[in-house]
Structures are given as C-alpha cells and as structure tokens.
Design a binder for this molecule. Structure first.
Ligand code: FNR
Length: 376
C-alpha cells in the first residue's frame, strides 16, 4: 500500500493532498493570515542543530515519559482538532483508537464531531482528554465539562488563544463556512476525489457533538464558541470545578505563564494554535526555554506547532518540553488513510524519535538535555 511506502510525514501529507478535496486539505494544512506563525514554527525546528555524542552505548533508546503522573509510551499527545470527521468518516474514533494502541493520549475538541461517550467507548483503554473552549454561557461550559468527565475523560485542556476566530485565508478563498458546508466549487473539486466524496455523503452529517443543542448557523456557532470576555477569573473558576489535571493551551508569554502557574494549573501548552490564530505570534520552540525556566518547577510545560518528525520531538524535549502535542501530523495520516494512516504517522514518529536518540548518543528520552540542541 501507498501508506506503507510513505517514508516520512511529508510523504503522508502528499498522500493526504491526493485523497482529500482541496477545501478539506487546506482547512487542515492552512493557517491564519499570511501563515507566518506556522512557517516560523516549522522553520525553527529546521534551524535547530543536533549535537551528537559519539562512542556511547545506544543499543537501547526508551521513549516512555511521565506526563501528569502517568506513563505514556513517547512524549506525544494528539492535539484537539475540530471537525475531525470531515478529514475521514472514521474521525475522532479512529484517532482515539490509534492513540490508545500507540500508548499516547488523545484530546477531543469542543469542536469535535463525535461525542465524548462515543470516543471513550471506541477507545476504552486509551487515555482520553477533553479540550474546552469557554463559551459565553458558562452553564453550557459547565455541562460540557460534566459530560466529558462522566464519559471518563480525566484531563482537561482549556484553550485560551481564541478570543475571536483567526482569519484562515485559504478557507475564506474557498468560501468555506463554519461549520463546513461544501459549495459548488468544492463539489467540482470533489469530483476528482470520488472516494472521499462518497464517504462524506454516506456518513452521518457533520455536527458539533460535545455541546448539547449547538446551533448550526454560522453566527450562532461563532457566538457560542468564541467568547472574547474570558479572563483569568474564568480559569480560576474552572480550576475550582474541575477536579482532575488541568492544562492551559495557547500560552505565548512568560508573564502569562507565571500568572497561570499561580492559578494552580497542572500544565501549560506553549502554542500559537498551529499558527491558526494570531499571525506573527511568538515561535513556540523559541519561547519554550524561557517558559520552562520561569515555571518549569511548578507546572509541566508542553509545546505544539510545527512538529513534523521524531527529531522535532527530541528537540522540544531536549529544550524542556514534557511532551509535544501534534495536530496536523495525525490529520495528514487520517486524510491519507483513515485509522491506518494515523497508525502509520505514530509509527513513523516513534521510529524517527528512537533513531534520533541513538544517533544523538543519548540512551533514551531521559538523556535529552538542552546541551543536545543549538538553536541557530
Ligand atoms: C486545530 N487546533 C485546535 N486547537 C484547539 O484547542 N481546539 C480545536 O478545536 C482545534 N482545531 C484544530 C483544527 C485543525 C484542522 C488544526 C490543524 C488545528 C490546534 C491544535 O490543537 C494544535 O495546537 C496545532 O495543530 C499544533 O500545530 P501542528 O502540530 O498542527 O503544527
């Protein structure tokens, strides 16, 4: 199969490009405005230099790490992504199952198209997390938290970099709306992707599955989903009602990281939402060392944005990340080949990570330290 021949994530991405309609591929692949944040995030990893030690016994290179008190098989968390059933009909269930098989956590998004109950039922052995957008009606937020917890989700990730929606210009140019409705141009493009189109038409219609009674018109959804009034007080409130581990995703400054650590969050994700919100935002990899230095003793620090290989993961961990969230990486796999595509991506990331550790001369993830990397 083509998937098995994919030698790296760039190959998987190309395969995704061939399988999915342009509007769908661009929704995943694209970012905000001129896509500078995204390009810089990717470029920062490319610029990083790895500094190998030679003549070490690297016959073993264990990749397991401890995250929020629990062991995971490698420092990877599958990031929350909206509308995952649009990428492939198997959607969130497939991703959750692949994550469980690989021994890494999966995060269901508030914008997910599968219910929390269906996700945990599909992957009962997985470590399933829930991502919250604080919505205008706090009672609704409260209900989605309760629902996620009752479904068995233990870890909450609150995303804080979306006071308003970013301007994804590829979507604008495609005339794509929220939730996505395929237009005539999309239909024409889809003619070149009959398999995807058939799947899309024969599967359950896309809808928000984590918020009860979500409206399905654009204005209603935007109003519901994005609340520009959210402040640190709301986070304190969430801290008081969520008993489990709490992560905040979208931290882009050291002073904000300190404020959040003071609220008692269990972890921070240094992230600019994969470049999908503010363009020209700080580059996560460059910001990471400062955040780790400021709050790393009080809270676990994660990173996301631009992770496309196992070497990228090694670099982020060397610079102090507990683990990397990955978004597009697994979505390329999902578009390229459904659940098997996500499996393939996770296998590639793992193999690349192990090989990087060995070539670096460190005996496993635990041996990574800032001295392994020079940011150029
Ligand atoms: C996202 N991301 C995201 N984040 C979030 O908190 N809630 C969400 O619903 C979504 N939705 C979403 C959809 C798509 C298609 C993408 C690509 C991303 C952001 C995501 O969690 C993560 O921060 C980035 O994807 C990380 O960057 P990379 O790994 O994609 O480069």
């Amino acid at each position: 199969r083509r998937l098995a021949a994919a030698a790296d994530l760039a190959d998987v991405r190309r395969l995704a490009w061939r399988r999915a309609p342009r509007v769908v591929f661009d929704y995943v692949d694209g970012a905000a405005e001129a896509e500078r944040s995204l390009a810089r995030s990717v470029a920062a990893f490319a610029r990083a230099e790895l500094r190998p030690r030679v003549l070490r016994d690297v016959s073993e290179a264990p990749t397991a790490v401890e995250v929020l008190g629990r062991r995971i098989s490698m420092p990877v968390v599958l990031a929350p992504t909206g509308f995952t059933r649009m990428m492939h009909r198997a959607g969130e269930r497939a991703v959750a199952r692949a994550a469980a098989r690989a021994g890494v956590p999966y995060t269901l998004s508030t914008m997910g198209t599968t219910t929390p109950e269906d996700v945990t039922a599909a992957a009962p052995d997985g470590w399933n997390w829930f991502q919250l957008y604080v919505v205008r009606d706090r009672e609704r937020s409260r209900e989605s938290l309760d629902r996620a917890r009752e479904a068995g989700m233990e870890v909450l990730v609150v995303t804080v970099d979306v006071p308003v929606a970013g301007a994804r210009l590829r979507d604008v140019r495609h005339g794509m709306t929220m939730p996505p409705v395929l237009r005539w141009r999309g239909v024409l493009q889809a003619l070149g992707r009959p398999a995807w189109w058939f799947d899309f038409l024969t599967s359950e219609p896309l809808r928000f599955a984590t918020v009860d009674g979500a409206p399905d018109d654009l204005a209603g959804i935007t109003n519901l989903m994005f609340d520009p009034t959210v402040t640190l007080r709301d986070l304190e409130w969430i801290r008081s009602v969520w008993p489990g581990p709490l992560l905040v995703k979208g931290v882009q400054r050291v002073d904000d990281a300190k404020d959040l650590a003071a609220v008692g969050v269990d972890g921070l994700v240094v992230s600019n939402h994969g470049g999908r919100q503010l363009d020209r935002a700080p580059t996560p990899l460059e910001l990471l060392p400062e955040v780790v230095a400021a709050v790393g003793d009080r809270t676990e620090v994660f990173l996301d944005g631009g992770v496309r290989s196992g070497a990228d993961i090694a670099i982020a961990v060397a610079l102090g990340a507990r683990a990397c969230f990955v978004g597009r990486a697994y979505l390329y796999g999902l578009m390229a080949g459904g659940e098997a595509g996500v499996d393939r991506v996770l296998a590639l990331l793992r193999a690349e990570l192990v090989r990087t550790l060995q070539l670096l001369g460190v005996g496993g993830v635990a041996g990574l330290d800032p001295d392994c990397v020079r940011l150029r």
